[in-house]
Design a protein around this ligand. Structure first.
Ligand code: 5GP
Ligand code: ZN
Length: 114
């Protein structure tokens, strides 16, 4: 499958890995918008949030478990987790992923520009 994040998970395209287990791969965003900007990617090809089902939703739960683990280990007290679903929401890579961003003060929640 011609998917950038499947290739990154497979190691076919290099990335700065932060964490990996059976379910989740985490690496630095190539174009960070904050001092900490990680991409948390389930190791299953789901195109976007609309592709989450009872059969695969445990991968998504794992993403949030891993976020909490990274936050604790890296001493990140506050952070945002963002998922863009669909082109008009800003999704550019169609393998579901979650941005973990931190290290600067963000505007209030639900601000479209973060
Ligand atoms: P989206 O816009 O789909 O929510 O997020 C895609 C993210 O992937 C963007 O923040 C973009 O900077 C990042 N990205 C795109 N291509 C690469 C790549 O080859 N390597 C890494 N590390 N990040 C990438
Ligand atoms: Zn993929």
């Amino acid at each position: 499958m011609d998917c950038l994040f499947c290739k990154i998970i497979a190691g076919e395209i290099p990335s700065t890995k932060i964490y990996e287990d059976e379910y989740v791969y985490v690496f630095k965003d190539i174009n960070p918008i904050a001092p900490i900007h990680y991409l948390l990617v389930p190791k299953i090809h789901i195109a976007d949030a609309n592709g989450i089902t009872p059969e695969n939703s445990h991968y998504i739960a794992k993403v949030f478990e891993v976020a909490a683990k990274i936050a604790e280990e890296e001493n990140i007290p506050s952070y945002k987790i963002i998922n863009n679903c669909g082109k008009d929401a800003g999704q550019t890579v169609f393998h579901i992923h979650f941005h973990l961003i931190s290290g600067k003060r963000f505007k209030e929640h639900k601000n479209a520009d973060i």
